[in-house]
Design a protein around this ligand. Structure first.
Ligand code: AMP
Length: 223
């Protein structure tokens, strides 16, 4: 099964993606993670991409597109979940052309819908537990509100990630995501149009619910 997943930063896309990946045993191909690996490994590609990523800009298409298509071919033979790509119209079109050329099917496109203001609050509300990164705490989400100012799971000390508090950087990323002319939502709608022509299936999920409820709705529609 081959799947594309769209959702703004703060929508729970990573969490839902991980659940789907596990259930269908897919290769989870995340463009941002591939860049981070290259930067960590000090590769030429990593050096080229670093400055763009640090500014919160998109890495140019001539670096990003071949990198992702190569990874799809090398790691995705038994099904993939592509996350973080495409992020603009050029990438959307190039991906579709490449899939056609390779005879690869795109089974589902998932879009997690979340209003921009809600997404921003969710990011700014995230708190990290000193004892365990996986203890979920968010001052703006009722289901996972901290216990006073300590971790709701273990009572550990909480802190906020500095990049989660950077409104300028959050705004820049959301400008790209919510752009319906040539940004990421335009890319998502490119596939929505293809779905209307029967060429793939498009699943819209309300991202405001609880993680489990969203997961159940999603899994019920995939199969
Ligand atoms: P992410 O982890 O998905 O938020 O990606 C981190 C950063 O990697 C982004 O802010 C971009 O600078 C870069 N990046 C990831 N995916 C893409 C893409 N499809 N096109 C261009 N740049 C990307």
């Amino acid at each position: 099964m081959n799947i594309l997943i769209f959702g703004p930063n703060g929508s729970g896309k990573g969490t839902q993606g991980a659940l789907v990946k596990k259930k269908y045993d897919l290769a989870h191909i995340e463009s941002g993670a591939i860049f981070r690996e290259h930067i960590g490994g000090g590769t030429e590609l990593g050096k080229q991409a670093k400055a763009f990523i640090e500014r919160g800009d998109l890495v140019p298409d001539d670096i990003t597109i071949p990198m992702v298509l190569e990874t799809l071919k090398s790691k995705g033979a038994n099904g993939w979940l592509l996350d973080g790509f495409p992020r603009n119209m050029v990438q959307a079109q190039k991906l579709w052309d490449a899939l056609q050329a390779e005879g690869m099917k795109l089974d589902y496109v998932i879009e997690i819908l979340l209003p921009r203001e809600v997404a921003k609050n969710r990011i700014m509300g995230r708190r990290l537990c000193k004892n365990d990164n996986n203890h979920p705490n968010n001052i703006f989400i009722d289901a996972i509100k901290p216990n006073g100012d300590v971790c709701r799971v273990c009572g550990g000390e909480l802190s906020a990630r500095s990049d989660d508090q950077d409104e300028g950087a959050i705004g820049k990323r959301h400008d790209i995501y919510y752009n319906t002319v040539d940004g990421t939502l335009a890319a998502a709608y490119f596939y929505k149009d293809l779905a209307a022509k029967g060429m793939t299936k498009y699943i819209e999920l309300d991202g405001e619910g609880a993680i489990d409820a969203i997961k159940d709705k999603l899994l019920a529609q995939l199969s």
